[in-house]
Design a protein around this ligand. Sequence first.
Ligand code: DAH
Length: 372
Amino acid sequence: MSDLEAIRSALLADCAAADSLDAIEAVRVKALGKQSAIAALMKTLGAMSPEERQAKAPRIQGLRGEIADAVASRKAVLEARALDARLASERLDMSLPVSAGPQGSIHPVSQVMDELAEIFADLGFAVATGPEIEDDWHNFTALNIPETHPARAMHDTFYLNDPAEIGGDWAKLFRADTRKVLRTHTSPVQIRTMLQTPPPIRIIAPGRTYRSDSDATHTPMFHQVEGLVIDRGIHMGHLKWTLETFVKAFFERDDIVLRLRPSYFPFTEPSAEVDVGYTRDKSGRRIIGGAEPDGWMEILGSGMVHPKVIAACGLDPAEWQGFAFGCGIDRLAMLKYGMDDLRAFFDGDLRWLRHYGFHSLDIPTLSGGVGA
Ligand code: DAH
C-alpha cells in the first residue's frame, strides 16, 4: 500500500504544479485515464480473493475519488484565473459610437413609398391611409361601381365569408352594405378622405392592395399609390402638370414624355391612362425617358373625379372638382431599379434583399436625390 501513497503524492503534486487549463487536462488524462496507474490498480481487484478485495477496494476507489476532486478543484481555480485575465484584457467602452452601421436593408417598395411621400410633400400633398379590410361601399359603391357593374368582376375581389355561412353574431357585422373585402385598390382612401376632411384636399395614399391573381407580373398582394386633389376650379391641366412633375422627379430626369390615352374608370370622367416614353440603351434595354421615345409603357390610371363620387361624399360637385390617379408601386420600383420578376419582391430571399435593398440611412430627399 506504500504504492498507493506514492501514486497519491505524485499526482497531487502534478495537480498543484499544473498552471494552465491544458496542463490540468493533461494531468487528468494521466491520473484517471485508461492508461493510468489508478486504472491499473482497479484492474487488479478482479483477480483478488473476496476478503482481499474488501480490504483494498475502498482504498483504491478512495484514491481515485480524491485525485478526481483535486483535478476538478485545480481546474476551477485555473478557469477563474483565465476569466479574470480575459476581463482585465478585453474592454468594452459602452460610451463609444457604434462602429458598425445598423444591419438589414430597406425593401425597394418601402424606399419607393418614401420617395413618393417626399416628392408629393414638396407639392403640398399629405399622406393619407385607410384600412386594408375595407367594406363594399367604400371599395365599390361610393366609387360609382354599383353591385351590377362589370368592374366588380374585373377586380378578382377577395370577399370575406358570406354572413349567412358564418351565422351567429358575425351576421350583424357583415350586413350586405357593410360586407367586407380586402381592398382591391387604394381608391377607397379617396372616399374616406373626402368624408373626413373638408376641401381643399391634396393627398397621396400609398399601401397594400389585394386581388385574386398570381403570375410573373401579378401577386395576390401588391402596392398602389392613390392621389387625390379636390378644390375649386380644378381641371385636366392640373392633373397633367402634377403627373409630369411627379414622374420627372421620380425617374430623376427632365426629358420625360407622358402620353395621356383616353380610357374608362367608373370613378373618373373623363379618364386617362398615362404612358411614359422609353428609349433603349446600347444593349437594347428599355430606359425610362428620352425626348424622342421608342415606345410607351403604361404607368397609371387617372382622371377627373366623377361628380357622383364627389356627391357620395356629401360634397356639392358644382362647387368642388378634382382629379385622381392610381399607380402600381411595385411596377414603379421595377422600372426604376431594374428588377424583372415581381414575385421576388415578396419571397424574402436575403440575397435579393441584399442586392436590391437600400441602406437604412439612405433617406430620399429632393435635395440629395430621391433614389439611386
Ligand atoms: N383604382 C384603379 C385601379 O386599381 C386605378 C385608378 C384609376 C385610380 C384612375 C384612380 C383613377 O384614382 O383616377 O385599377
